[in-house]
Design a protein around this ligand. Structure first.
Ligand code: MEV
Length: 325
């Protein structure tokens, strides 16, 4: 006998500035996108995912989020976010699942509870990282991390001697285009790569510090709507990320091709493949150039609503569950 469906959705995200250095407690600026993941959950006699038997040992997000569950569930997952692309598929899946699962249990979770659930699921799946993606996908709109500017504080999360203070920011009216290389690159190995680089190179900490300074200045430019300065800083950040070893030929191709028509461009997310983002007032032209270089462009409407309940049942192409380490 199956129960009633409970459906929730959460937005993807893109990082304007601060990926990787945020893992070391530096600032970051992130915006939610208009692409979402939708999950439906209902009580069932056995555990299924999109109609097939659900093997929890192969699905760490589901495993973590149902850890104290004593009944079976059917899950449906539908996604508009390419997985393993740096657009927050893993965090959006975790946030939407967490809300649907808790609602099925008759609970009304707070945003902070959902962030902790989503961050816990991400750590369980990828082993390391910051609560940045989980915070962006739960809260939606725009968030900044560790910027200390007196903005509205949402929550502070600490782990392993690092602290991330998350602040709500006004979503800027700027136009961004994302370019997907189509190369899937899960987050965990990229974060590990930077950690190994830090362990091997004495000067790596200076690069992380510089990324923190670039992000703070970029945050100031974003608030003032200063596209020229923000774009310059994004491109500079891409160079620093490249030194850390998390860019790749395909990302550099899309960044370089976008630059003549943009204020600036950089990889977004964990890199190694996945996506880049350009700040531009010629979005159609940048989208065309990205496509001509073999990428898939998305003209982004930023600042979408965070995780929320939806009516009905998730419909569309079943999601490819994000790769894990
Ligand atoms: C991935 O979207 C962002 C990283 O900074 C990892 C993290 O913050 O957990 C690379």
């Amino acid at each position: 006998m199956s129960g009633e469906w409970f459906t929730a959705s959460a937005p993807g995200k893109f990082v304007v500035l601060g990926e990787h250095s945020v893992v070391y407690g530096k600032p970051a600026v992130v915006l939610a996108t208009d692409r979402r993941i939708t999950c439906s959950v209902r009580r069932s006699r056995r555990n299924t995912l999109n109609g097939d038997y659900l093997d929890f040992s192969r699905q760490p997000h589901f495993n973590y989020l149902t850890r104290d569950m004593n009944h079976c569930l059917d899950f449906l997952t539908v996604s508009e976010i390419p997985s393993g692309s740096g657009m927050g598929s893993s965090a959006a899946l975790s946030a939407a699942l967490a809300l649907a699962i808790r609602s099925e249990r008759g609970e009304f979770p707070t945003e902070l509870f959902l962030v902790e659930e989503a961050y816990g699921a991400e750590l369980h799946a990828q082993g390391n990282g910051s609560p940045m993606d989980a915070s962006a996908c739960v809260h939606g709109g725009g968030i900044a991390i560790n910027v200390d500017d007196g903005g509205k504080e949402l929550w502070t999360i600490s782990r392993n001697n690092r602290t991330w203070k998350v602040t709500d920011i006004d979503v800027p009216k700027l136009s961004f285009v994302i370019g997907n290389t189509g190369i899937k690159a899960p987050t965990g190995p990229q974060v590990d790569k930077v950690r190994r680089y830090m362990n091997r190179n004495g000067f790596a900490a200076d690069i992380i510090d510089e990324m923190g300074d670039v992000t703070m200045e970029g945050y100031d430019a974003l608030r003032k709507g200063d596209c020229e300065r923000l774009g310059r800083l994004m491109t500079h950040d891409h160079k620093l990320l490249s030194i850390l070893g998390v860019s790749c030929k395909e990302l550099n191709t899309l960044v370089n091709a976008s630059l003549p028509y943009s204020y600036g461009a950089k990889l977004t997310g964990s890199g190694g493949g996945g996506c880049m983002v350009a700040l531009t007032d010629r979005p159609e032209k940048v989208a065309e150039i990205i496509e001509s270089r073999g990428g898939t462009p998305y003209i982004i409407r930023s600042g979408s609503e965070g995780v929320r309940m939806e009516a009905g049942v998730a419909k569309g192409t079943p999601m490819e569950i994000p790769m894990t380490r």
